[in-house]
Ligand binder design. Structure first.
Ligand code: ADP
Length: 432
Protein backbone atom coordinates (compact mmCIF):
# COMPACT_ATOMS: atom_id res chain seq x y z
CA UNK A 1 0.00 0.00 0.00
CA UNK A 2 1.31 3.42 -0.94
CA UNK A 3 2.41 5.67 1.90
CA UNK A 4 0.24 8.71 2.68
CA UNK A 5 2.51 11.74 2.46
CA UNK A 6 2.05 14.76 4.70
CA UNK A 7 2.72 17.79 2.51
CA UNK A 8 2.82 21.44 3.49
CA UNK A 9 2.24 24.01 0.75
CA UNK A 10 3.53 27.50 1.60
CA UNK A 11 2.05 30.00 -0.80
CA UNK A 12 -0.10 33.14 -0.41
CA UNK A 13 -1.56 32.78 -3.91
CA UNK A 14 -4.76 30.72 -3.95
CA UNK A 15 -4.48 29.99 -7.68
CA UNK A 16 -0.94 28.61 -7.24
CA UNK A 17 -2.05 26.46 -4.29
CA UNK A 18 -4.93 25.08 -6.32
CA UNK A 19 -2.60 24.30 -9.22
CA UNK A 20 -0.30 22.36 -6.87
CA UNK A 21 -3.18 20.51 -5.23
CA UNK A 22 -4.79 19.53 -8.50
CA UNK A 23 -1.48 18.43 -10.04
CA UNK A 24 -0.73 16.18 -7.05
CA UNK A 25 -4.27 14.81 -6.97
CA UNK A 26 -4.19 14.08 -10.67
CA UNK A 27 -0.87 12.33 -10.24
CA UNK A 28 -2.56 10.08 -7.70
CA UNK A 29 -0.27 11.00 -4.80
CA UNK A 30 -1.69 9.63 -1.53
CA UNK A 31 -1.45 12.68 0.71
CA UNK A 32 -2.64 14.84 3.53
CA UNK A 33 -2.16 18.36 2.23
CA UNK A 34 -1.88 21.41 4.51
CA UNK A 35 -1.70 24.92 3.14
CA UNK A 36 -0.42 28.15 4.73
CA UNK A 37 0.00 31.63 3.29
CA UNK A 38 3.28 32.93 4.77
CA UNK A 39 6.56 32.02 6.47
CA UNK A 40 5.33 32.57 10.05
CA UNK A 41 2.39 30.23 9.64
CA UNK A 42 4.66 27.73 7.93
CA UNK A 43 6.97 27.70 10.97
CA UNK A 44 4.03 27.21 13.35
CA UNK A 45 2.78 24.27 11.25
CA UNK A 46 6.23 22.73 10.99
CA UNK A 47 6.73 23.06 14.75
CA UNK A 48 3.64 21.01 15.48
CA UNK A 49 3.57 18.46 12.65
CA UNK A 50 6.20 16.24 11.07
CA UNK A 51 5.79 16.74 7.29
CA UNK A 52 7.22 14.54 4.61
CA UNK A 53 7.84 17.52 2.31
CA UNK A 54 7.37 21.28 2.04
CA UNK A 55 6.44 22.87 -1.30
CA UNK A 56 7.55 26.46 -0.88
CA UNK A 57 6.71 29.39 -3.13
CA UNK A 58 9.89 31.41 -3.62
CA UNK A 59 8.07 34.73 -3.13
CA UNK A 60 6.20 34.95 0.15
CA UNK A 61 4.28 37.87 1.60
CA UNK A 62 6.50 38.31 4.67
CA UNK A 63 9.88 37.21 3.27
CA UNK A 64 11.58 35.55 0.32
CA UNK A 65 12.13 31.82 0.04
CA UNK A 66 15.91 32.08 0.57
CA UNK A 67 15.66 33.61 4.05
CA UNK A 68 12.89 31.13 4.94
CA UNK A 69 15.15 28.22 3.98
CA UNK A 70 18.07 29.67 5.94
CA UNK A 71 15.90 30.07 9.05
CA UNK A 72 14.49 26.58 8.64
CA UNK A 73 17.91 24.96 8.26
CA UNK A 74 19.30 26.77 11.30
CA UNK A 75 16.33 25.48 13.37
CA UNK A 76 15.91 21.93 14.65
CA UNK A 77 13.29 21.14 12.00
CA UNK A 78 14.36 18.59 9.43
CA UNK A 79 12.23 18.27 6.32
CA UNK A 80 12.79 18.00 2.55
CA UNK A 81 11.93 21.22 0.80
CA UNK A 82 11.08 21.90 -2.86
CA UNK A 83 11.03 25.57 -3.99
CA UNK A 84 8.52 26.55 -6.65
CA UNK A 85 10.08 29.44 -8.56
CA UNK A 86 8.34 32.03 -10.70
CA UNK A 87 9.26 33.57 -14.05
CA UNK A 88 12.80 35.09 -13.73
CA UNK A 89 13.62 33.41 -10.35
CA UNK A 90 15.57 30.52 -11.91
CA UNK A 91 18.95 32.24 -11.59
CA UNK A 92 18.80 32.01 -7.77
CA UNK A 93 18.14 28.26 -7.93
CA UNK A 94 21.79 27.49 -7.14
CA UNK A 95 21.67 29.73 -4.06
CA UNK A 96 18.50 27.97 -2.92
CA UNK A 97 20.12 24.53 -3.18
CA UNK A 98 23.22 25.82 -1.37
CA UNK A 99 21.02 27.24 1.39
CA UNK A 100 19.47 23.81 1.93
CA UNK A 101 16.58 23.38 -0.52
CA UNK A 102 16.28 19.79 -1.62
CA UNK A 103 15.14 20.73 -5.16
CA UNK A 104 13.32 23.41 -7.13
CA UNK A 105 10.73 23.52 -9.93
CA UNK A 106 9.60 26.38 -12.10
CA UNK A 107 5.88 27.03 -11.64
CA UNK A 108 5.54 27.23 -15.40
CA UNK A 109 6.62 23.59 -15.60
CA UNK A 110 4.21 22.23 -12.99
CA UNK A 111 2.26 19.25 -14.28
CA UNK A 112 1.04 16.12 -12.44
CA UNK A 113 4.07 14.17 -13.67
CA UNK A 114 6.77 16.80 -13.02
CA UNK A 115 5.48 17.83 -9.62
CA UNK A 116 4.92 14.30 -8.33
CA UNK A 117 8.30 13.25 -9.70
CA UNK A 118 10.14 16.17 -8.06
CA UNK A 119 8.23 15.59 -4.81
CA UNK A 120 9.01 11.86 -4.66
CA UNK A 121 12.65 12.25 -5.60
CA UNK A 122 13.07 15.07 -3.03
CA UNK A 123 11.65 12.81 -0.32
CA UNK A 124 13.81 9.88 -1.48
CA UNK A 125 17.00 11.96 -1.63
CA UNK A 126 16.26 13.55 1.71
CA UNK A 127 15.64 10.20 3.41
CA UNK A 128 18.81 8.73 1.88
CA UNK A 129 20.75 11.75 3.16
CA UNK A 130 19.28 11.28 6.63
CA UNK A 131 20.22 7.58 6.64
CA UNK A 132 23.74 8.42 5.48
CA UNK A 133 24.04 11.06 8.22
CA UNK A 134 22.80 8.53 10.77
CA UNK A 135 25.31 5.93 9.55
CA UNK A 136 28.11 8.52 9.71
CA UNK A 137 27.04 9.42 13.24
CA UNK A 138 27.03 5.75 14.25
CA UNK A 139 30.43 5.27 12.63
CA UNK A 140 31.77 8.27 14.51
CA UNK A 141 30.40 6.92 17.75
CA UNK A 142 31.87 3.45 17.22
CA UNK A 143 35.15 5.05 16.20
CA UNK A 144 35.17 7.02 19.45
CA UNK A 145 34.28 3.84 21.33
CA UNK A 146 37.17 2.05 19.65
CA UNK A 147 39.55 4.85 20.63
CA UNK A 148 38.31 4.59 24.23
CA UNK A 149 38.69 0.79 24.20
CA UNK A 150 42.17 1.16 22.72
CA UNK A 151 43.13 3.55 25.46
CA UNK A 152 41.76 1.13 28.08
CA UNK A 153 43.71 -1.73 26.48
CA UNK A 154 46.87 0.34 26.43
CA UNK A 155 46.37 1.09 30.11
CA UNK A 156 45.81 -2.58 30.89
CA UNK A 157 48.88 -3.51 28.87
CA UNK A 158 50.94 -1.03 30.83
CA UNK A 159 49.58 -2.48 34.09
CA UNK A 160 50.42 -6.02 32.94
CA UNK A 161 53.92 -4.89 31.98
CA UNK A 162 54.27 -3.30 35.40
CA UNK A 163 53.09 -6.50 37.12
CA UNK A 164 55.41 -8.57 34.94
CA UNK A 165 58.26 -6.34 35.92
CA UNK A 166 57.36 -6.71 39.62
CA UNK A 167 57.08 -10.49 39.22
CA UNK A 168 60.46 -10.60 37.55
CA UNK A 169 61.91 -8.52 40.35
CA UNK A 170 60.33 -10.81 42.96
CA UNK A 171 61.61 -13.91 41.15
CA UNK A 172 65.11 -12.44 40.91
CA UNK A 173 64.94 -11.56 44.59
CA UNK A 174 63.86 -15.14 45.39
CA UNK A 175 66.70 -16.60 43.30
CA UNK A 176 69.15 -14.22 44.94
CA UNK A 177 67.83 -15.14 48.40
CA UNK A 178 68.07 -18.89 47.62
CA UNK A 179 71.57 -18.50 46.24
CA UNK A 180 72.81 -16.41 49.19
CA UNK A 181 71.16 -18.56 51.86
CA UNK A 182 72.36 -21.87 50.45
CA UNK A 183 75.82 -20.45 49.93
CA UNK A 184 75.94 -19.18 53.53
CA UNK A 185 74.63 -22.50 54.87
CA UNK A 186 77.39 -24.45 53.16
CA UNK A 187 80.21 -23.09 55.32
CA UNK A 188 78.78 -24.15 58.73
CA UNK A 189 77.59 -27.43 57.18
CA UNK A 190 81.10 -28.21 55.99
CA UNK A 191 82.43 -27.48 59.48
CA UNK A 192 79.85 -29.83 61.04
CA UNK A 193 80.69 -32.60 58.56
CA UNK A 194 84.46 -32.04 58.80
CA UNK A 195 84.67 -31.96 62.59
CA UNK A 196 82.35 -34.91 63.12
CA UNK A 197 84.49 -36.88 60.66
CA UNK A 198 87.63 -35.92 62.61
CA UNK A 199 85.99 -36.92 65.90
CA UNK A 200 85.34 -40.38 64.49
CA UNK A 201 89.09 -40.95 63.91
CA UNK A 202 90.63 -43.18 66.65
CA UNK A 203 93.62 -40.88 67.17
CA UNK A 204 91.27 -38.28 68.75
CA UNK A 205 90.56 -40.57 71.64
CA UNK A 206 88.34 -43.48 72.39
CA UNK A 207 84.59 -42.83 72.06
CA UNK A 208 81.95 -44.94 73.71
CA UNK A 209 79.77 -46.92 71.33
CA UNK A 210 76.87 -44.52 71.96
CA UNK A 211 79.03 -41.41 71.37
CA UNK A 212 80.39 -42.83 68.11
CA UNK A 213 76.86 -43.66 67.00
CA UNK A 214 75.69 -40.11 67.75
CA UNK A 215 78.60 -38.53 65.87
CA UNK A 216 77.97 -40.84 62.89
CA UNK A 217 74.41 -39.56 62.83
CA UNK A 218 75.61 -35.95 62.94
CA UNK A 219 78.00 -36.76 60.08
CA UNK A 220 75.36 -38.53 57.92
CA UNK A 221 72.65 -35.94 58.52
CA UNK A 222 75.15 -33.17 57.86
CA UNK A 223 76.04 -34.76 54.52
CA UNK A 224 72.37 -35.14 53.63
CA UNK A 225 71.66 -31.52 54.55
CA UNK A 226 74.65 -30.35 52.50
CA UNK A 227 73.32 -32.28 49.52
CA UNK A 228 69.93 -30.53 49.87
CA UNK A 229 71.60 -27.13 50.21
CA UNK A 230 73.73 -27.85 47.14
CA UNK A 231 70.61 -28.81 45.16
CA UNK A 232 68.94 -25.50 46.05
CA UNK A 233 72.11 -23.59 45.18
CA UNK A 234 72.44 -25.34 41.82
CA UNK A 235 68.78 -24.79 41.06
CA UNK A 236 68.96 -21.05 41.80
CA UNK A 237 72.13 -20.74 39.70
CA UNK A 238 70.52 -22.63 36.79
CA UNK A 239 67.40 -20.46 37.05
CA UNK A 240 69.49 -17.32 36.90
CA UNK A 241 71.58 -18.75 34.03
CA UNK A 242 74.69 -18.47 36.20
CA UNK A 243 75.80 -22.06 36.27
CA UNK A 244 78.86 -22.71 34.09
CA UNK A 245 80.17 -26.04 32.93
CA UNK A 246 83.88 -26.64 33.48
CA UNK A 247 84.69 -29.00 30.67
CA UNK A 248 87.83 -31.13 30.39
CA UNK A 249 88.87 -34.43 28.82
CA UNK A 250 88.40 -37.30 31.29
CA UNK A 251 87.71 -41.02 31.56
CA UNK A 252 83.96 -41.36 31.92
CA UNK A 253 84.14 -44.97 33.15
CA UNK A 254 86.26 -43.81 36.10
CA UNK A 255 83.70 -41.15 37.05
CA UNK A 256 80.87 -43.69 36.77
CA UNK A 257 82.89 -46.09 38.95
CA UNK A 258 83.40 -43.37 41.53
CA UNK A 259 79.68 -42.49 41.65
CA UNK A 260 78.70 -46.18 41.91
CA UNK A 261 81.28 -46.65 44.67
CA UNK A 262 79.87 -43.72 46.65
CA UNK A 263 76.33 -45.08 46.37
CA UNK A 264 77.15 -48.74 47.09
CA UNK A 265 76.74 -48.51 50.87
CA UNK A 266 73.22 -47.06 50.41
CA UNK A 267 72.29 -49.89 48.03
CA UNK A 268 73.79 -52.48 50.39
CA UNK A 269 71.80 -51.05 53.30
CA UNK A 270 68.63 -51.88 51.33
CA UNK A 271 69.96 -55.23 50.08
CA UNK A 272 69.88 -54.04 46.48
CA UNK A 273 72.43 -55.28 43.94
CA UNK A 274 74.22 -52.43 42.24
CA UNK A 275 75.66 -53.55 38.92
CA UNK A 276 77.79 -51.63 36.48
CA UNK A 277 78.70 -52.26 32.87
CA UNK A 278 80.93 -50.12 30.68
CA UNK A 279 80.95 -50.87 26.98
CA UNK A 280 83.05 -48.14 25.40
CA UNK A 281 85.82 -48.41 22.81
CA UNK A 282 87.07 -45.00 23.85
CA UNK A 283 86.35 -44.03 27.47
CA UNK A 284 87.56 -40.44 27.08
CA UNK A 285 84.97 -37.72 26.76
CA UNK A 286 85.06 -33.90 26.87
CA UNK A 287 82.56 -32.70 29.49
CA UNK A 288 82.31 -31.46 33.08
CA UNK A 289 83.26 -34.49 35.26
CA UNK A 290 81.82 -32.96 38.44
CA UNK A 291 78.42 -32.44 36.80
CA UNK A 292 78.46 -35.89 35.16
CA UNK A 293 79.09 -37.42 38.58
CA UNK A 294 76.35 -35.24 40.08
CA UNK A 295 73.87 -36.48 37.44
CA UNK A 296 74.80 -40.10 38.19
CA UNK A 297 74.63 -39.67 41.97
CA UNK A 298 71.18 -38.10 41.59
CA UNK A 299 69.84 -40.84 39.32
CA UNK A 300 71.34 -43.54 41.51
CA UNK A 301 70.02 -42.09 44.75
CA UNK A 302 66.53 -41.92 43.17
CA UNK A 303 66.87 -45.49 41.92
CA UNK A 304 67.90 -46.69 45.41
CA UNK A 305 65.28 -44.52 47.14
CA UNK A 306 62.39 -45.76 44.98
CA UNK A 307 63.40 -49.46 44.87
CA UNK A 308 62.52 -51.86 47.68
CA UNK A 309 64.02 -55.03 46.23
CA UNK A 310 65.88 -56.20 43.15
CA UNK A 311 68.69 -54.56 41.22
CA UNK A 312 70.02 -51.31 39.93
CA UNK A 313 72.10 -51.31 36.73
CA UNK A 314 74.34 -48.60 35.46
CA UNK A 315 75.45 -48.89 31.87
CA UNK A 316 77.71 -46.70 29.77
CA UNK A 317 77.75 -47.43 26.07
CA UNK A 318 78.77 -46.16 22.68
CA UNK A 319 76.03 -44.54 20.59
CA UNK A 320 76.02 -43.62 16.89
CA UNK A 321 77.01 -40.11 15.77
CA UNK A 322 79.85 -39.82 18.28
CA UNK A 323 77.58 -39.89 21.29
CA UNK A 324 77.73 -41.70 24.62
CA UNK A 325 74.77 -43.19 26.50
CA UNK A 326 74.52 -43.35 30.29
CA UNK A 327 71.68 -45.57 31.49
CA UNK A 328 70.39 -46.08 35.03
CA UNK A 329 67.76 -48.83 35.40
CA UNK A 330 65.94 -49.97 38.53
CA UNK A 331 63.32 -52.52 39.61
CA UNK A 332 61.52 -49.95 41.76
CA UNK A 333 58.00 -48.59 42.11
CA UNK A 334 57.96 -47.13 38.55
CA UNK A 335 56.25 -43.97 37.30
CA UNK A 336 52.73 -43.79 35.83
CA UNK A 337 52.58 -42.44 32.22
CA UNK A 338 50.37 -39.53 33.34
CA UNK A 339 53.27 -38.28 35.47
CA UNK A 340 55.90 -38.50 32.72
CA UNK A 341 55.42 -34.91 31.57
CA UNK A 342 55.78 -33.53 35.11
CA UNK A 343 58.76 -35.56 36.16
CA UNK A 344 61.35 -32.93 35.18
CA UNK A 345 59.47 -29.95 36.68
CA UNK A 346 61.14 -28.28 39.66
CA UNK A 347 59.68 -29.25 43.07
CA UNK A 348 57.42 -31.86 41.44
CA UNK A 349 57.06 -35.24 43.15
CA UNK A 350 54.63 -38.10 42.45
CA UNK A 351 53.69 -38.07 46.13
CA UNK A 352 53.10 -34.41 46.99
CA UNK A 353 51.87 -35.04 50.55
CA UNK A 354 53.85 -33.90 53.60
CA UNK A 355 53.62 -37.41 55.03
CA UNK A 356 55.19 -38.96 51.90
CA UNK A 357 57.28 -42.05 52.30
CA UNK A 358 60.24 -40.88 50.17
CA UNK A 359 62.09 -37.72 51.22
CA UNK A 360 63.52 -35.18 48.76
CA UNK A 361 63.27 -31.64 47.41
CA UNK A 362 61.84 -32.51 43.99
CA UNK A 363 64.73 -30.63 42.39
CA UNK A 364 67.03 -33.51 41.36
CA UNK A 365 65.49 -34.33 37.96
CA UNK A 366 64.90 -30.64 37.13
CA UNK A 367 68.61 -30.00 37.71
CA UNK A 368 69.61 -33.10 35.70
CA UNK A 369 67.34 -32.02 32.84
CA UNK A 370 68.88 -28.52 32.76
CA UNK A 371 72.43 -29.87 32.93
CA UNK A 372 71.80 -32.38 30.12
CA UNK A 373 70.37 -29.59 27.97
CA UNK A 374 73.41 -27.42 28.71
CA UNK A 375 75.56 -30.32 27.54
CA UNK A 376 73.58 -30.52 24.30
CA UNK A 377 72.19 -33.93 25.25
CA UNK A 378 68.82 -35.60 25.67
CA UNK A 379 67.19 -37.48 28.49
CA UNK A 380 64.62 -40.25 28.03
CA UNK A 381 62.48 -42.04 30.55
CA UNK A 382 60.98 -45.48 30.19
CA UNK A 383 58.91 -46.71 33.09
CA UNK A 384 56.19 -49.13 34.10
CA UNK A 385 54.35 -48.92 37.41
CA UNK A 386 55.43 -51.67 39.79
CA UNK A 387 58.12 -52.94 37.39
CA UNK A 388 60.78 -50.20 37.37
CA UNK A 389 62.23 -47.17 35.63
CA UNK A 390 65.02 -46.52 33.16
CA UNK A 391 66.61 -43.12 32.67
CA UNK A 392 68.64 -42.86 29.45
CA UNK A 393 70.98 -39.93 28.92
CA UNK A 394 72.50 -39.36 25.50
CA UNK A 395 75.44 -36.96 25.39
CA UNK A 396 77.77 -35.79 22.66
CA UNK A 397 81.25 -37.17 23.27
CA UNK A 398 82.50 -33.62 23.12
CA UNK A 399 80.24 -30.86 24.42
CA UNK A 400 80.12 -27.31 23.02
CA UNK A 401 80.23 -24.83 25.87
CA UNK A 402 78.29 -22.08 24.08
CA UNK A 403 75.15 -24.26 24.31
CA UNK A 404 74.94 -23.28 27.97
CA UNK A 405 74.01 -19.71 27.09
CA UNK A 406 71.38 -20.97 24.67
CA UNK A 407 69.28 -23.05 27.05
CA UNK A 408 65.65 -21.87 26.94
CA UNK A 409 63.00 -22.42 29.61
CA UNK A 410 61.08 -25.68 29.54
CA UNK A 411 57.82 -25.88 27.64
CA UNK A 412 55.75 -28.93 28.41
CA UNK A 413 53.56 -30.50 25.77
CA UNK A 414 51.81 -33.83 26.29
CA UNK A 415 54.15 -36.78 26.77
CA UNK A 416 57.06 -34.89 25.28
CA UNK A 417 59.06 -31.97 26.50
CA UNK A 418 60.00 -29.60 23.75
CA UNK A 419 62.24 -26.65 23.97
CA UNK A 420 62.99 -24.23 21.22
CA UNK A 421 66.77 -24.25 21.45
CA UNK A 422 68.72 -26.20 18.87
CA UNK A 423 69.83 -29.75 19.72
CA UNK A 424 67.63 -29.76 22.77
CA UNK A 425 64.64 -31.95 22.30
CA UNK A 426 63.90 -34.07 25.34
CA UNK A 427 61.40 -36.89 24.87
CA UNK A 428 59.74 -38.89 27.58
CA UNK A 429 58.92 -42.38 26.32
CA UNK A 430 56.56 -44.84 27.92
CA UNK A 431 57.42 -48.49 27.69
CA UNK A 432 53.73 -49.44 27.99
P1 ADP B 1 63.18 -36.02 44.64
O1 ADP B 1 63.79 -37.35 44.38
O2 ADP B 1 64.02 -35.13 45.49
O3 ADP B 1 61.76 -36.10 45.11
P2 ADP B 1 63.50 -35.67 41.80
O4 ADP B 1 63.39 -34.46 40.96
O5 ADP B 1 64.78 -36.41 41.77
O6 ADP B 1 63.09 -35.25 43.24
O7 ADP B 1 62.35 -36.66 41.35
C1 ADP B 1 61.04 -36.17 41.21
C2 ADP B 1 60.04 -37.27 41.43
O8 ADP B 1 60.11 -38.23 40.37
C3 ADP B 1 60.28 -38.09 42.68
O9 ADP B 1 59.71 -37.47 43.83
C4 ADP B 1 59.55 -39.37 42.32
O10 ADP B 1 58.16 -39.21 42.52
C5 ADP B 1 59.83 -39.51 40.83
N1 ADP B 1 61.01 -40.37 40.57
C6 ADP B 1 62.27 -39.97 40.26
N2 ADP B 1 63.07 -41.02 40.04
C7 ADP B 1 62.32 -42.13 40.22
C8 ADP B 1 62.57 -43.54 40.15
N3 ADP B 1 63.79 -44.04 39.84
N4 ADP B 1 61.54 -44.37 40.41
C9 ADP B 1 60.33 -43.90 40.70
N5 ADP B 1 60.03 -42.59 40.79
C10 ADP B 1 60.99 -41.71 40.56
Amino acid sequence: MEETLKILVVNDDQVDRMAVRSALTKAGVQMKLSEVGDGNDAFSALNTTAYDCVLLNYRLLDQNGLSFIQQLRSSEIKVPLVVLTGEGDEQIAVQLIEAGATDYLSKSKISPETLSQVLRSAIRVYRAEMQAALAIQQLRESHEQLIRKNQELEKQQQEIQMQNFKLLEASQLKSHFLATMSHELRTPMNAIIGFSQILLRPKFGQLTHQQADMIKRIFNNGKHLLMLVNEVLDFSKLEAGRLDLKAERFDVSKVVNLAVGEMRSLADAKNLSLLMQTDLQNTLIFNDPVRIKQILINLLSNAIKFTESGEIWVEVKELPANRVGIIVRDTGIGIAPKNFKHIFEAFWQVDQTITRKYPGTGLGLAIIDSLVRMMGGKIFLESKLGIGSTFIIELPRQITLSIAADVPALQLDGDEIFCSGKNSHTSVISSQ
